[in-house]
Design a protein around this ligand. Structure first.
Ligand SMILES: *Cc1c(COP(=O)(O)O)cnc(C)c1O
Length: 384
């Protein structure tokens, strides 16, 4: 179902979609139906027998996202966490997983507080350290799960070198590409087996849908995941699929502007005395700037920075902002800001937060696509 178009922007708008055969409607209709008429018992049109198994609006979105990641198969879910859960269902008791140490809080929770009771052993490792990563593999390691750039510290993991480590022992490599977006980074081309997205973020881009997706190249792997998707049933409704199809038509334009705005703000913050450190993969000062330059075509819209005065300083800065909104989540057209220590990563144990560098003064910016001059003025007035 992926399209013949070779260039990203054209695929974003057209892949997986064709005018509706019944009416010629340009937009894929919201097939708000649970079931489908069968001309004869057990005979149905294409794959459409029941909407948990398949729904045409979802099928179009799955093909569109597969195309954007350069993959052959896409599967969509009711949330990013449901997409991750689908992959974890492929594991068996006794299996070992290597998890990148700096991950989305919900990822950490799913591995450590849900799947731990199913006999899955997890090692948290800083995957920017190649030797440390290599030494963590055992003959039971079935899955490496990483994010890059990571949340919230924006560490950049070398996907191709992790894929190399996984190859020998039949370990699957899954990359959560939520922060990078399919516009800037395509993990399948770098050797990953599975790409995961929280489509709640940049894919949706308008903070109005919760969703998730998995994209793969290998048909046997896709079939196993699709079996779990249908068996567990954490599928998105057709309305949400429609909204996401509308969103992907502009993802390349949005993400370009997120990158431009974030670069200007990161440079501004880096020259600011009130911030002791600014982390943005596009800054030459970023420890993995070279890896980011190699595997990404742009550096994204996320920035983290540490304020010199700690939690109280961060709190009053956040409260004074007028254009940036204090909120969890990210990747929408509007600029958001948050304090990981008391918001998104409050559930991460204190000692682990300290190891990762999630200090009380840390603030995380999700830079939107407003006029960057207004964003910089807003930051200045809030610091003043
Ligand atoms: C938000 C997020 C998730 C979880 O997705 P939901 O849609 O909230 O379930 C997973 N990974 C990353 C990197 C995220 O930012």
């Amino acid at each position: 179902m992926t399209s013949d178009y070779t260039r990203f922007a054209t695929r974003a708008i057209h892949a997986g979609q064709k005018p509706d055969p019944a009416t010629g409607a340009i937009m894929t209709p919201i097939y708000q139906t649970a079931t489908y008429a069968q001309p004869s018992p057990g005979k149905f049109i294409e794959e459409f027998d029941y909407s948990r198994s398949a729904n045409p609006t979802r099928t179009a979105l799955e093909a569109n996202l597969a195309s954007l990641e350069g993959g052959r198969f896409g599967l969509c879910f009711g949330s990013g966490c449901a997409a991750m859960d689908c992959v974890l269902h492929l594991l068996s008791p006794g299996d070992h997983v290597i998890l990148c140490d700096d991950v989305y809080g919900g990822t950490n929770r799913l591995f450590h507080r849900v799947y731990n009771t199913h006999g899955i052993e997890v090692s948290l490792v800083d995957l920017t350290d190649h030797d440390k990563a290599k030494a963590t593999f055992t003959d039971r390691t079935k899955l490496v799960w990483l994010e890059t750039p990571t949340n919230p510290m924006l560490k950049v993991v070398d996907i191709a070198s992790m894929a190399e480590l996984c190859k020998g022992g039949g370990t699957m490599l899954a990359v959560d590409n939520t922060f990078a977006t399919p516009v800037l980074q395509n993990p399948l081309a770098l050797g990953a087996d599975i790409v995961c997205h929280s489509s709640t973020k940049y894919i949706g881009g308008h903070s109005d849908v919760v969703g998730g997706a998995l994209i793969t190249q290998d048909e046997a792997l896709h079939d196993r995941l699709k079996f779990v998707q249908n068996s567990v049933g954490a599928v998105p409704g057709p309305m949400d699929c429609f909204l996401l199809l509308r969103s992907t038509k502009t993802i390349h334009v949005r993400v370009d502007r997120h990158c431009e705005n974030a670069m200007q703000i990161a440079q501004h913050l880096e020259n600011h005395a009130r911030f002791t450190s600014v982390v943005y993969p596009g800054l030459p000062s970023h420890p993995q700037h070279a890896v980011a330059t190699k595997q990404m075509s742009g550096f994204g819209g996320m920035i983290t920075a540490t304020m010199d005065g700690g939690l109280e300083d961060a709190r009053s800065f956040l409260e004074r902002l007028k254009v940036f909104t204090i909120a969890e989540s990210l990747g929408g057209v509007e600029s958001l800001i948050e304090s990981p220590a008391i918001m998104t990563h409050a559930a991460v144990p204190t000692d682990q937060r300290a190891t990762l560098g999630i200090t009380d003064g840390l603030v995380r910016f999700s830079v939107g696509i407003e006029d960057v001059a207004d964003l910089i003025e807003d930051i200045e007035q809030a610091l003043g």
